[in-house]
Design a protein. Structure first.
Length: 215
């Protein structure tokens, strides 16, 4: 029994790929997940989630289905980073990623965003309207706030804030006139979720802000 170079999970001696994360054990550069998995958190990265949002947005527009995207930001990130240092912070980010994965549905997708500033996660919520996105974000905030992050020193209790962007079901009467506008909005759902998050910052931390396209 060996250990995966990527996720440190146990790998049977004869296995070419890690059974937990799928990475090649013989050629790191040609792993099936190389380039789309974040090396710190072990979840999908920006490249993957951008492609997935585009795919889901096209499907939502084509079949007139709702779609939501959440951006989740660690509150007080600058103070947390200063208190913990880089290595413990990475452990905290992995633990947050695990909690987010447990708080969403099997059909939802969680990713870590490679952006400047505070750590951000993105969550794609297929078949989810504005109300559903709000409920999902509130569930995530409660799950993070209630969890004991025992590996994070003085920051055992942390909170996150959520921004959401949503497109709903288009009614037939608005289909022709609103299709192009809706498609443009859907293609920028991640950006719109960031805008919603920024709009909510003025009200404080541990909050959910939602923006939605309405035909």
């Amino acid at each position: 029994m060996g250990t995966c170079w990527y996720c440190n999970s146990e790998v049977p001696a004869a296995s070419e790929y890690c059974p937990s994360c799928g990475h090649s054990q013989t050629d790191q550069s040609s792993s099936p997940l190389w380039g789309v998995v974040d090396p710190v958190t072990g979840i999908w990265n920006s490249q993957f989630i951008d492609a997935l949002i585009g795919q889901e947005a096209n499907r939502a527009v084509r079949y007139h289905r709702p779609l939501s995207v959440l951006v989740v930001e660690l509150d007080h990130a600058e103070h947390v980073h200063k208190e913990l240092g880089q290595i413990p912070l990475e452990g905290l980010l992995r633990e947050i990623a695990e909690r987010l994965g447990q708080a969403v549905r099997d059909t939802d997708t969680v990713a870590f965003l490679d952006v400047e500033g505070p750590p951000h996660y993105a969550i794609v919520l297929p078949e989810t309207d504005e109300q559903g996105a709000t409920l999902a974000a509130d569930k995530i905030r409660r799950a993070i706030a209630a969890h004991d992050f025992s590996s994070s020193g003085n920051w055992q209790r942390i909170t996150v804030s959520c921004g959401a962007a949503t497109i709903g079901i288009m009614t037939p009467s608005h289909e022709e006139a609103g299709l192009m506008i809706r498609r443009e909005y859907a293609g920028n759902l991640l950006r719109e979720a960031y805008h919603a998050l920024e709009d909510g910052r003025a009200a404080g931390t541990n909050r959910t802000s939602v923006g939605a396209f309405r035909s």
